[in-house]
Unconditional design. Structure first.
Lengths: 179, 503
């Protein structure tokens, strides 16, 4: 085992790109929440400290600010690895995939779970750079597997699509109930 | 004996056996996929078990919980990439053995050590269960509060090199559980006048965000990895598994460390492996070969890590206190299925507890048989490209998030925690303190409030034997950490003086 692993450390030995940025953002977030404690929580007169609604937000936010401030101060003083803004850009790049995810969810009540899942899997596979027929078939097969397992077999609670309403009577019921 | 027969009766059903089989095989599969892990799989599968009977749903997820580490050893040994984080130590000696052309021997030893560790811990716990049933009712509000506090303290302190980050994130978890309408005075906390925040932030939504969605984002932002696959084959697998007899001393010691560490909240697999590996190295005739493909190191690591899951069920079932992220997930599994872990469960439903232990024994047997037959096929699963795997995780995670309440706000919250978890993972910050903070924070708030009604002076809080022992354990844990830190820093200073003197 590496020797370094055997020694206990409270303070960081080096910092990764973007670490100071994250520490600072987290500290500001925690401090802002702590500053709001007066109007976001209540103090009930006549109740003991342990029963006060404000106690645990105060303990947790106090802990976040204290630990965050020490971590930030210590992180500042250790050797940095360059690339802070490149790392921040990578974090922002993840929002594109969050967007795909949100679109997928918003699409379900409109086109239905089966079509939305097929579209999501196939289009995201294309976006990720897999263009082969094998990849497309795998994405399609996976989408079918997910819908047939969870919605058809396990009857997981996911709403039917508005598009299904256009189908004739019996088929409409089957589509809404199973797909 | 009657309790044991009753526990057999609980699990002697086709649907329970089927759930166990599916869960076990699923657990091995997700364990073998680097970048997925049992926490992601449990988070994804949890909502799918809502409509199943409690014992069936719990058994399926228990299968994943108990078997993922078996699967995690495969990529650790064959391609030097641990399938689950707890298999990291397995790479030290497993991969060098593969490089020497001993992949089959390494896998055989890993399977047998894991199997031994699993069965050893379950047998210990079954023997220990009657004692536990007597002790568990002695835990009142104060004791549960102190045990939860001990759990939080240990979770923070065991994150070596990241104690401050772990403390900050555990506090964040505790803060998250305070959001919403609180239960006693019905006042609002950090709801900002938003209706959707009044019920608080759902644990499952946070878990899916931090474990599943974040993992998908990490995989999307990374490059695909190509693993050169060594040939393993099935011939002689049982013979290599039998080789464990030669290393029985290491296997017994490793399993004992696993049972010991598993039972202490917050300690878990990493510490047990560290202790087991250190012991094996210290007592070995060839300590210089550790890290270079010594089978003793492999056995020490696998026996220790696989004996933890069953042991970790002790604080979980007896006190309702999870020790790490996976047991926190299992706690939410029990809650979802209306089984409330705690002293009452041990006192009134011992047959149910024993049934869960029997399930763990059966799953260990099933998994070894499955691995014997399907290791070659499992290796193909590892060839799924990372980013494609990310797409699969994201698709699965929707089921958990959206099927809870069909609420778009849950999706946004989960996506937000997904981005947060992705940043934590890229910075190598721990994610489990957030989850444990949520689970244990709520418990601590509740138990402190109820216990303070009978407390006049601070001494009253620890005037019962178990409360006092727990209090001393908390002080000892913090004191020991400060002492080892001081010693390490003092040592560094001496080293600096020595190096100055030499220069």
């Amino acid at each position: 085992m590496p020797d370094g692993d055997q020694e206990p450390h409270v303070f960081p030995l080096g910092r990764k790109p973007g670490e100071l940025l994250f520490c600072a953002a987290f500290l500001i977030f925690a401090a802002a929440l702590l500053a709001m404690i007066g109007w976001q929580t209540s103090w009930i007169a006549g109740k003991g400290l342990a029963a006060q609604p404000r106690l645990w937000p105060a303990i947790s936010l106090g802990g976040m600010v204290l630990a965050g401030a020490i971590l930030w101060a210590r992180t500042r003083n250790v050797q940095r690895t360059p690339g802070r803004w490149r790392e921040a850009a990578t974090w922002l790049r993840s929002l594109e995939f969050v967007g795909w995810y949100v679109l997928y969810v918003m699409g379900i009540p409109v086109v239905g779970y089966l079509p939305a899942t097929i579209l999501f899997c196939v289009l995201l596979t294309l976006r990720l750079g897999y263009r082969s027929r094998m990849a497309m078939l795998s994405a399609l097969g996976f989408a079918l597997f997910v819908v047939l397992t969870f919605k058809t077999a396990f009857n997981v609670k996911i709403p039917g699509g508005a598009l299904y309403e256009l189908a004739p009577g019996g088929l409409r019921y089957i589509l809404i109930r199973y797909f | 004996m009657e309790t044991l027969l009753s526990s057999f009766d609980i699990i002697a059903r086709w649907d329970v056996v089927a759930a166990l089989l599916i869960g076990s095989i699923g657990g091995v599969l997700v364990g073998a996929l680097p970048g997925v892990g049992a926490a992601v799989a449990i988070a994804i599968m949890l909502p799918a078990t809502f409509m199943l009977e409690p014992i069936v749903g719990i058994t399926a997820l228990l299968g994943i919980y108990g078997s993922s580490m078996f699967g995690g050893a495969i990529p650790a040994i064959l391609v030097n990439t641990p399938g689950t984080p707890v298999n990291a130590l397995t790479t030290y000696d497993g991969f060098p053995m593969t490089q020497r052309g001993e992949a089959r021997r390494a896998l055989g030893l890993a399977y047998s050590a894991s199997f031994f560790g699993g069965i050893f811990s379950i047998v210990c716990l079954m023997l220990f269960a009657p004692v536990l049933a007597k002790v568990a009712p002695m835990f009142g509000s104060r004791e549960i509060f102190l045990a939860a506090l001990l759990g939080i303290v240990l979770v923070i302190l065991t994150h070596r090199g990241q104690v401050l980050a772990a403390a900050m994130l555990a506090c964040f978890g505790i803060f998250l559980q305070t959001i919403g309408l609180e239960g006693t005075g019905y006042t609002q906390r950090y709801t900002f006048g938003q209706g959707w925040l009044q019920n608080g932030i759902d644990l499952i939504v946070v878990v899916l965000g931090i474990f599943a969605i974040s993992q998908a984002l990490v995989l999307f932002l990374d490059k695909d990895k190509n693993f050169p696959m060594p040939h393993v084959g099935k011939k002689g697998f049982f013979r290599t598994m039998g080789e464990l007899w030669i290393f029985r001393r290491i296997a017994v010691a490793g399993s004992a460390f696993g049972v010991f560490c598993g039972m202490i909240p917050g300690v878990g697999e990493f510490m047990s492996q560290f202790m087991s590996y250190s012991y094996a190295q210290r007592t070995s005739k060839t300590p210089e070969l550790f890290g270079k493909g010594n089978p003793e190191g492999l056995v020490a690591s696998e026996a220790a890590n696989n004996s933890v899951p069953a042991a970790a069920m002790v604080p979980l079932l007896a006190l309702g206190i999870p020790g790490e992220e996976l047991t926190a997930m299992m706690l939410s599994v029990f809650y979802v299925h209306n089984v409330i872990p705690g002293p009452a469960l041990f006192a009134n439903q011992m047959d149910f507890v024993l049934a869960l232990y029997l399930c763990l024994i059966i799953l260990n047997v099933l998994v070894v048989l499955f691995l014997f037959l399907a290791t070659d096929t499992l290796m193909k699963v590892m060839l799924i490209p990372n980013r494609f795997l990310g797409m699969m995780i994201l698709t699965f995670s929707l089921i958990g998030v959206y099927s809870l309440r069909n609420a778009l706000t849950d999706v946004f919250v989960a996506a937000g925690f997904g981005v947060f978890g992705m940043i934590l993972k890229r910075l190598d910050y721990p994610t489990s303190p957030v989850i444990l903070g949520i689970v244990l924070g709520g418990l601590m708030e509740d138990k402190l409030r109820t216990s303070m009604a009978r407390v006049v002076t601070p001494w009253d809080f620890i005037d019962r034997p178990i409360a006092f022992i727990l209090f001393v354990m908390i002080l000892a844990a913090v004191g020991l950490h400060i002492w080892t830190m001081w010693k390490a820093r003092h040592g560094e200073k001496i080293d600096e003086l020595h190096s100055d003197a030499h220069s």
